[in-house]
Each structure stands twice: as structure tokens, then as C-alpha cells.
Ligand binder design. Structure first.
Ligand code: ATP
Length: 528
């Protein structure tokens, strides 16, 4: 705020001119007190002369302090005006902001006075800083030039600052010998720009004799090179530090990798357990980059050797597997060749199968023909329950012959023998009877027509032989059932090579009449 800034300005003036000179300016003056305190221009002129001696060549002052009223009214108005005017002119010469004389009168713009004083304060501080910097590095001591020579009227404040700063160097003067001691390595926060440096050099050589210039430039360049090398060395040191930090971080990262490696090593080979402990020690004892690098290199070497060994093992395993595969391939080709031979044999056999089958069929049926195209069998029914067995007319039964005895005739005529393909006695079972007929069923499936029928008087046992008893059992199955069973069995055996269609009809011939027993409707007589 304005009050704070005004207090700051008052304090700075008091410090600059001393409390005796600034006895009429309070530390924290009001606006009026500030105006009255500075009104006669004495404090202002002394202040600017402290900063820049000679800015106000003559300050009108009253030495008898006691005679000066608090508002400075003892001085004539023109005297006040003279001091203030000289002060403002000096500010203009320094390129600082100014104010109007009327601003120190009642009703004037006191803020402009405050601004002006604070600008002078900044100027003084900047100048002091520049001097310290120069003295610190240089030893520039010989004033030979007025500050005014480098300060032009109405230049911008900051530009004036820079120029003034440069002017300090010049004003203090530099002999060639002294310049040799000039340290161009101004502080890193130096305020001198390239323009000001150029100006500085120009000014330095401007008042030098031509023969002094090369020596001067040489000394400057020498200093510049020296400074450049120093900064490069600093830069390298900084970069080394950064690299070291980077290496340390890298090592930390590698520590984690090494722990993985260590685990792998432990798992792979117990002989390499020492590797794990080495890795732990190196991880714990990372002190500097070299030792760490060596540890890492050692770990990498061990890991490399381990991997090399694993690769060799894998190579030998691959060789073993390869030879195994070659052997297997050889055996496989041999087996394949054997299988091919077998297949050729089977193929050859298969090609002759149908021929052989046909031949077999012909031979089989030739046998059936040889056994008789028409075969006649005789079966003797046992006595039915309740009948006397002694009244039988059968005198004897042989394999193919049966002998009957007629009680009404005597002698030789009483006995007659009959020959059949085979004679079955009363004890013959259904299975025994069917055995002689079974080959004919196979001939049916080979394409031959076969007819099996029973012939005899009523109650002689035709139905029993062909179908079975009234209460049917497995053993009692007659020729019809057994023949049909055989037909279906042979059909199943040959299903891969033959396809058979089987159908059944049941006809009855009775009293010269044929009847279809499976016809569900009214009996249909068929003369055929
Ligand atoms: N080998 C046998 N063993 C036991 N019993 C038999 C035998 N043959 C026939 N029989 C019995 O004799 C009786 C008459 O037989 P079956 O009915 O088969 O004669 P059939 O010749 O068919 O008579 P029909 O011409 O009148 O029909 C039946 O009770 C039957 O069980």
C-alpha cells in the first residue's frame, strides 16, 4: 500500500543521509509529514549525492539547525525550488522517474514523490550490488570517468541501470595490468548482458593506445578462456555426479535382476549357490560405481557361463532326440515296408476270395447232389402214452434200413425191409433229425431250390417233426424253425458280401386243396 511504500521511502532516506540530516523526516511519516520533510529538497539532494556524488553540485542548506522551522519555511521559496529543481534534474540525468515540484506542495501528488524516492533506492541498491560484484572479482579501483559520460538523459530506467553498471567498470578505469586481473567470470546471476559486455570492451579499448589494444584483448581472451575452462570443468563435475547417480540407480535395478538370476541359479544347479551369496553381498555392499560394476560384471559372467552350460546340455539333448527320431524313422519305414508286404498278400488273397468262394460253393453243392437230389428219410414215431409197445410192427431199424413184420403173412413174406437215406428210430431227437437237412439250407443261400416236406398217415408225427410239439421248447423246435434260424445266421455272416431278401409263405394242401395259412381274410383257394 501507499503507507508501506511511503514508510519504506522515508526509512531509506533516513539511512542514506543520516538521522541528523533527516531529523525533520519521521520513520513512519504521514503523507503531510512526508511532504513537509522533503519540501526544502535538502534530504533529497543529499541522498542523490550519496548515491551518485556530484549529481547536485550545490545544495542550499541552513547550517544553524535551530533556526530552521519544522516546515523549512526559513528558507526562501526560490531556495527550496532550487534544491528540488537540481534534484529533479539530477534524477533526469540518471534516467530515473521524476515528479513535479508542486507535488511537494499541499495538495500535490505525494505518491509520485514516493515512487521517485523508491526508484532512487532501487538505483542505489543495484549500483551497490554491481560494485560489490566487481570489487569481489576484480579490483577495479581507478575512477577516471564521470558516471554522466555513460548515462544519457531520459533513457529507460533498466537500460540506465545496465549502462550505469557497465559505466562503473569503465569509470573505475582499467589499466592493461589491472585488466589482466579482471575476472570476466561475473557471478552466475550477473546482470551484464552481451550488449553491455560489448560496450564494456569497446569502452575499455576506446581510451587505450593502439599498441595497447592487442595486449589488452589478449589478456581478456585469456581470462575468457580460463573462465570457460573453469565452467566446463564444473559442468563435467556436475555431469559426473549425475552419471554416478544414474549408475547407482541402474545398480539398484540390477540388484533386483540379480536376485532373479540368483534364484534361477539356485534352482538350476546347487554348485552355483555361491553365485547367490556373491550376488547378495554385492547387493548389500554397493559403495562405489567401480565395485558395483565389477560385481555386476562378475554376476553377468557367471550367468553367462551358466546359460552356456545349459545351452550345451540342450544341444546334447537335441542330438540325442535327433538320433532317437532317426532310429524311430528307420524302424517306422521298416514296419511300413512289412505292412505293405502283408497288405499286398491280403490284397492278393482278397482278390481270389470270391473265386475261392464260388469254387467252394460249387464243390459243396456237388457234394449235396452226390448225396442225392431227392433224399427220403424215415422216422418212427414212439408209442403214444397208453398204447401197448408190444404191438409194434417194426421188427428192426438200421442206419438206412427198416424192417417191418406183417402178422397176417407167414414165413418169408411176413418180414419186409425198406431202405432210405436214413432211418430215425422212436428215440431220435429233433436236433438229430435236422442235422441231415441242415446242408440243404446253405444251398438255398447259394441259389439252389430246396424243398423239405413230411409225408405220412394221420397221427404219424409230421407236424411234430416239422414244427414241434404243442408245448414248444428249445429242444422241441422242428425243422422249420431250425431252418429259418440257420437262414438268418448265414445271412448275418455274409452281410459284408451278400444282401439277401427273405420272405415266408405258409400254405396247406389238404384233400387236394391248397390254402394260404397266413392270409388274414377269408380262405382263398389257389389251384396252383
Ligand atoms: N417223435 C415223436 N415223439 C413223441 N411224440 C410224437 C412224435 N411224433 C408224433 N408224436 C405225437 O403224436 C401225435 C400225432 O402227431 P402229429 O399230430 O404230428 O401227427 P400228424 O401226422 O401231423 O397227424 P395229422 O396228419 O392228422 O395232422 C401227437 O400227439 C404228437 O405229439
Amino acid at each position: 500500500t501507499l503507507t508501506v511504500r511511503r514508510n519504506e521511502a522515508a526509512n531509506w532516506l533516513r539511512r542514506t543521509v543520516g538521522v541528523v540530516c533527516a531529523k525533520n523526516l519521521a520513520e513512519e511519516p504521514s503523507e503531510e509529514e512526508f511532504r513537509v520533510g522533503l519540501r526544502n529538497g535538502i534530504i533529497l539532494c543529499n541522498a542523490v549525492n550519496k548515491i551518485q556524488p556530484g549529481t547536485v553540485p550545490k545544495v542550499v542548506e541552513v547550517h544553524s539547525v535551530s533556526t530552521i522551522p519544522s516546515d523549512g519555511s526559513a528558507l526562501c521559496a526560490y531556495q527550496y525550488f532550487e534544491n528540488v529543481r537540481n534534484f529533479l534534474t539530477g534524477l533526469q540525468d540518471l534516467g530515473l522517474p521524476t515528479f513535479e515540484v508542486s507535488d511537494l506542495e499541499k495538495g500535490g501528488q505525494g505518491v509520485r514523490v514516493v515512487d521517485c524516492v523508491l526508484a532512487l533506492k532501487s538505483f542505489a541498491e543495484t549500483k551497490k550490488l554491481g560494485k560489490q560484484s566487481l570489487f569481489k572479482h576484480g579490483g577495479i579501483v581507478k575512477p577516471s570517468m564521470s558516471a554522466k559520460c555513460s548515462v544519457r538523459k531520459n533513457e529507460p530506467f533498466m537500460k540506465a541501470m545496465t549502462r550505469s553498471h557497465s559505466a562503473e567498470l569503465l569509470r573505475d578505469g582499467v589499466s592493461p595490468e589491472q585488466t589482466l586481473g579482471l575476472d570476466c567470470s561475473l557471478e552466475p546471476a550477473e546482470t551484464i548482458t552481451s550488449d553491455s559486455i560489448r560496450m564494456l570492451v569497446q569502452t575499455i579499448i576506446s581510451d587505450k593506445k593502439p599498441e595497447e589494444v592487442p595486449l589488452l584483448v589478449e589478456s581478456l581472451l585469456s581470462k575468457v578462456i580460463h573462465e570457460f575452462e573453469r565452467r566446463m570443468a564444473n559442468q563435467n563435475d556436475l555431469m559426473d555426479e549425475e552419471d554416478h547417480e544414474s549408475v547407482t540407480n541402474h545398480v539398484k535395478t540390477d540388484e533386483e535382476d540379480n536376485s532373479c538370476v540368483t534364484n534361477n541359479v539356485k534352482m538350476d544347479d546347487e554348485d552355483h549357490n555361491s553365485v547367490g551369496s556373491t550376488g547378495d553381498v554385492s547387493a548389500a555392499g554397493l559403495v562405489n560405481g567401480d565395485s558395483v560394476a565389477k560385481e555386476i560384471q562378475a554376476m553377468a559372467d557367471i550367468h553367462f557361463e551358466l546359460q552356456k552350460k545349459q545351452i550345451q546340455d540342450m544341444k546334447s539333448n537335441i542330438c540325442t532326440v535327433k538320433s532317437g527320431i532317426e532310429q524311430f524313422k528307420l524302424q517306422y519305414s521298416e514296419d511300413l515296408a512289412k505292412l505293405g508286404n502283408h497288405l499286398r498278400t491280403i490284397s492278393h488273397a482278397a482278390s481270389g476270395y470270391h473265386k475261392v468262394l464260388e469254387e467252394n460253393r460249387k464243390l459243396y453243392n456237388q457234394i449235396q447232389d452226390l448225396r442225392g437230389n431227392i433224399r427220403v428219410y424215415c422216422r418212427v414215431r414212439p408209442f403214444l402214452p397208453g398204447k401197448v409197445s408190444s404191438s409194434s410192427s417194426v421188427a428192426g431199424i438200421e442206419d438206412r434200413t427198416i424192417t417191418l413184420m406183417t402178422s397176417s403173412k407167414q414165413g418169408k413174406d411176413a418180414r419186409k425191409s425198406f431202405t432210405f437215406n436214413r432211418v430215425f428210430g422212436p428215440l431220435a431227437t429233433q436236433a438229430e433229425v435236422f442235422v441231415d437237412m441242415q446242408p440243404l439250407v446253405r444251398s438255398v443261400l447259394d441259389g439252389y431250390n430246396v424243398c423239405i416236406f413230411a409225408y405220412g398217415q394221420t397221427g404219424s408225427g409230421k407236424t411234430f417233426t416239422m414244427s414241434g410239439p404243442k408245448i414248444l421248447t428249445e429242444e422241441g423246435l422242428g425243422v422249420n424253425y431250425r431252418a429259418l434260424n440257420d437262414l438268418f445266421d448265414i445271412q448275418a455272416q455274409r452281410r459284408d458280401t451278400f444282401c439277401y431278401e427273405i420272405s415266408v409263405q405258409m400254405m396247406e394242401i389238404y384233400n387236394e386243396q391248397v390254402r394260404d395259412l397266413l392270409h388274414s381274410g377269408p380262405n382263398k383257394k389257389d389251384s396252383k
